[in-house]
Design a protein around this ligand. Structure first.
Ligand code: KG4
Ligand code: ZN
Length: 335
């Protein structure tokens, strides 16, 4: 089954052609990062306008690269939640129009479900049940994937998402937007010492799987301001390494604990922050120690893309999920 999938929830416009939820025939992506960089973050209105300008050309290009025509498409999948509402509406309206014009089924896909499904492309043998940690710019959730379309959030951040903190600290350090990858590169390539700065690891009382990052974020920002006031130079690479260690120390043990308690033998990670080298390395050690099989999608499948929407769209289709011309977008929506 061939699916054309559309993703426009934030600052990436993406269109893919996938087969049977596992195989990528074309994966087109236009990142608006350079457009939003000068503002230090995504400007929703500008994101929507740019999605509108490029989406048709991306779809045409995806069809060309997959060497098919629109008549060969069996269904159209689209991210309808969560995300920037104007940005989502561009993709949803494009997908609705295409589905209507071609008289093909429309499949609404939840963005976070899509991130999880990136693992189905990277690992064709992977099937539920498994536990997945989704760490992105807006979400940090430990999700029990009982089946392709049956999942439950077992742990979540009570305040900021991990990616949000990476981006905020990168901005204070003057590393630009989006800062997660820059922080990672700095810690890795500039020999950052992860024990140079002592940073807090918060826990949420009464909730062993939930996380909190806002105290850590504030501690790092205060540390930077204190150094500035005293005229001390900040060792940016070591601060980036110490910060990644603190985030990883929050994410990895909770995910492992949940996997052990729920008797899940397989653990996957997903979302933009899953590209972080420290977090990946810590997961690899912990998985080995706990005798779990770990799934870490390649970096290009961690960040936003449309192939993951095509992958999840296939399983949503099999489960009977359909949209119609009344399909709306939602800025927030639980998985
Ligand atoms: O999943 P994603 O592409 O978009 C959302 O759905 O939010 O995630 C974007 C987030 C940003 O906060 C970005 O800074 C972060 O992922 N990120 C990283 C790395 N690469 C991207 N954070 C830490 N280390 C990285 N290597
Ligand atoms: Zn995302």
């Amino acid at each position: 089954m061939i699916i054309l999938a559309v993703e426009s929830s934030c600052d990436e416009t993406a269109v893919s052609i996938t087969r049977d939820g596992r195989e990528v025939l074309a994966d087109e992506i236009f990142s608006q990062v350079d457009i939003h960089k000068i503002y230090g973050g995504v400007v929703p209105e500008i994101a929507s306008r740019n999605h509108i300008e490029i989406i048709t050309r991306l779809a045409e290009s995806a069809l060309k690269k997959a060497n098919i025509t629109k008549e060969n498409i069996d269904a159209i999948a689209v991210t309808y939640a969560p995300g920037l509402i104007g940005a989502l509406l561009v993709g949803v309206n494009f997908a609705k129009s295409l589905a209507w014009a071609l008289n093909k089924p429309l499949i609404p896909v939840h963005h976070i479900r899509g991130h999880i499904a990136a693992n189905y492309i990277a690992y064709p043998e992977l099937a539920p049940p498994f536990l997945c940690l989704v760490i992105s710019g807006g979400h940090s959730q430990i999700i029990d994937v009982r089946d392709y379309t049956d999942m439950e959030i077992v742990g979540t951040t009570r305040d900021d998402a991990a990616g949000e903190c990476f981006d905020k600290i990168a901005r204070v350090l003057g590393l630009g937007y989006p800062g997660g990858a820059q922080m990672d590169r700095l810690a890795r390539e500039e020999g950052g010492d992860d024990s140079k700065y002592t940073l807090p690891r918060a826990s949420v009382s009464g909730s062993e799987y939930d996380m909190s990052f806002s105290g850590l974020k504030t501690a790092v920002i205060n540390l930077i301001h204190n150094c500035e006031q005293k005229g001390e130079e900040i060792d940016k690479a070591s601060l980036a390494a110490s910060f990644a260690a603190a985030v990883s120390d929050t994410l990895v043990p909770r995910t492992m604990l949940a996997a052990n308690n729920l008797s899940r033998e397989r653990i996957a990670i997903a979302g933009g922050v899953a590209a972080n080298s420290r977090i990946r390395a810590d997961f690899e050690s912990a998985a080995k120690l706990n005798g779990k099989t770990l799934y870490t999608p390649p970096l290009r499948l961690c960040g936003d893309n449309a192939s993951m929407i095509g992958a999840q769209g296939y399983f949503e289709y099999l489960a009977g999920v359909r949209g119609n011309t009344g399909l709306n977008a939602f800025a927030t929506l639980s998985i």
